[in-house]
Design a protein around this ligand. Sequence first.
Ligand code: NCC
Length: 277
Amino acid sequence: AKKLSPQELLCELKKRAHVRTLDGKEPPFSNLGWEKYFPQTPLSLLYPRGLSSCAVVSSAGAILNSSLGAEIDAHDAVLRFNSAPTRNYERDVGNKTTMRIINSQILTNPIHHFTDSSLYKDIILVAWDPSPYYADLHMWYHKPDYNLFPPYERHRKMNPKQPFYILHPKFTWELWKIIQENSNEKIQPNPPSSGFIGILIMMSMCQKVHVYEYIPSYRQTDLCHYHEQYYDAACTLGAYHPLLYEKMLIQRINQGTEDSLLRMGKVTLPGFSSIQC
Ligand code: NCC
């Protein structure tokens, strides 16, 4: 296949990356009577007039000592991932959180204290589980990677007003296909990282999206997370997730300057509503 230009690639994403969450209308969820657990308002309608500028904050160690906090907090909405904290790191990562993308380990591993931790309160939550490629909803429901369904059900009953969604596996696998089709090499059939998923969700909700330290700045380091003393280069370059390939794709559609990328690890992307195809 011919290599798409940045504009063509943006249009391909706009055409195919339609955010989809479980709505309880499909089996097995319909049979289980789960329609009542999923939020009434679809994620795409939470901000009917759209958000103008949004920040996506990667959890990479390279964001330490960046002093990006004030810039990040100035956006209309800020997206963070999993258990990444803001407390004690405000100068570098800011303290505003509008939404969190959480993988199924957050809901199921007790070390994250999903039910009590303030990290997951008063914000929009979007959970996902790396279901096997092409698995249908029945197979996935009975054998998710980590069983997020019981804790999800409990949380919805306790906090029915909190917007809390589960991504439809078709959405994550469509993203994987787009990454594969636009890479030179054959990539492993593992889902994209929460980072890539989050960038695409924000592109569908915001006019402009600013992503921080997803593509590493000159501060690139083996420190996995800014909030943890753990070193592994695979956190940045990928092992399980096709991280390297997702990052190359995002770099191709970056509309920010080379200097912002180097100094701030900052990528600027147009939201889908701002591009004409
Ligand atoms: O590490 P994680 O990711 O929570 O990071 C969130 C997103 O930030 C970007 N990132 C992170 C570190 C780094 N050095 N460079 C980066 O670019 C990535 O885009 C990443 O997606 C995940 O994607 O959900 C992931 O979750 C962790 C882990 O499950 C959670 O942190 C909960 O503890 C995974 N690690 C393990 O399972 C051991 C990681 O592979 C992916």
